[in-house]
Design a protein around this ligand. Sequence first.
Ligand code: PGA
Length: 255
Amino acid sequence: MNKETRKAVIAGNWKMNKTPSETTALINEMKPLVADANCDVVLCVPFIDIAAAVEAAKGSNIKIGAENVHFKESGAYTGEVSAAMLKEAGVEYVVIGHSERRTYFGETDQTVNLRTLAALNAGLKPIICVGETLEQRELGYTETLLKFQTKMALTNVSAEDMKNVIIAYEPVWAIGTGVTATDDQADEGNGFVRAALLEKYGKDVAEATTIQYGGSMNAKNAESLVAKYNVDGGLIGGASLKAEDFSIIVKAASK
Ligand code: PGA
């Protein structure tokens, strides 16, 4: 198996942007622009926008994701949302362990793992984010860190479950900064993640798993990034809020 047989997935991560009515308008604008995509197209939206997003995306090739999920099935966890709730609402994917959650909301490798298991258990597809800070890169820890984060996130995740797992390599220094990793840096980082999968699961899983790049991917740089052997699409923040830009990225990944 090689890049040609792996599925490219372009996923938007809207972060804390768009109200429900704005969600409907943006998805309606995007639908015709991405209709002939030859890759999977996902929009991960705030919890409050999920109902509007699912409704607006109905009958199209756009799939809806959430931006987080709690790891308990139910209970006294004020303000949290369970995997079963997301599933019933029509969500198919969920971003887990985004660096903004790790930085601002106390997310750890352990809670990333628990959320991943909860998502898989409910039939959701986790998009697990890993990535090094600039300081870690400069100290030479990128490979060690990416392998560690990847393996920790996948504790007790079976080879069979890996069919439903996407990993996004997102260097923290490239997120929302306009500083994109070079094509080679992205390929190398994704390659470290793939090497961790090889060590943990063997060749078949390592070669079959979709590994995205994320961090200031945009309409201009997407084509050369997704052309790299280890880059199977992207997790897109800022550029996923503009229909035209997002559709150009989808087209780049459809080639
Ligand atoms: P960005 O965000 O594209 O705005 O850098 C990427 C992400 O956070 O997933």
